[in-house]
Ligand binder design. Structure first.
Ligand code: GRF
Length: 204
């Protein structure tokens, strides 16, 4: 299957997915990388990896989310995308857009869902005094950060952790978790929804 990847920033999860596809650890081929941010560092990384890119700046659409989504959808379809992987994509998509990719769109969220949906998840985990934190790969549904969980990784929270140190520990696991979840999902979505992947990382 051809995988389209949506990014907004550094694209470290995108790189993990592209390298995994290149190395045969994810049973898919890159279709296109689309960013809503023309300055996203991930665009250059995708280009360096030989993957087609499209920068569709959301700002000219001035809140007309449907029009922006239609452009993103067009870029994905014209690249022959079968499955969409959101990787640090920071735009809320319309229900209509999500509906067009139901069962074919996944996302990675930096918390152990359903805890800490939304933003600033690492600081919120620290504020709550969590002993563990982590990340979740899930199917995208119209309700934010909900949808069938495909896998999760858990890390310890360490004394003296800041949002930055905790985010870095979680991000390292994101790069392990996402390729494994996407591979399972591409190979057999129903099995992937049943046999969820759990990574328990007791790292420093
Ligand atoms: C990561 O924390 C990811 O969980 C979230 O966006 C952040 C940046 O990801 N979705 P990336 O480096 O752009 O892949």
């Amino acid at each position: 299957p051809r995988v389209g990847i949506l990014i907004s920033g550094s694209g470290s999860n995108m790189v993990a997915l592209l390298e995994a596809m290149r190395d045969g650890r994810v049973a898919g081929t890159p279709a296109i990388v689309v960013s809503n941010n023309p300055d996203a560092a991930g665009l250059a990384k995708a280009h360096a990896l030989g993957v087609a890119t499209a920068a569709i700046d959301h700002r000219p659409f001035k809140g007309d989310r449907a029009a922006f989504d239609a452009e993103v959808d067009r870029a994905l379809r014209e690249a022959g995308t079968d499955v969409v992987a959101c990787a640090g994509f920071m735009r809320i998509m319309t229900d209509d857009m999500i509906g067009r990719w139901t069962g074919r769109m996944v996302n990675i969220h930096p918390s152990v869902l359903p805890l800490f949906k939304g933003l600033h998840t690492h600081q919120r985990a620290l504020d709550e005094g969590m002993a563990v934190h982590g990340c979740t790969v899930h199917e995208v549904t119209p309700e934010l950060d909900t949808g069938t969980i495909l896998g999760q990784a858990v890390v310890p929270v360490r004394p003296g952790d800041t949002a930055g140190t905790l985010a870095a520990r979680v991000l390292r696991q994101e790069h392990r978790l996402y390729p494994r979840c996407l591979d399972a999902f591409l190979r057999d979505p129903e099995a992937a929804r049943r046999e969820k992947i759990a990574i328990l990382a007791d790292e420093e």
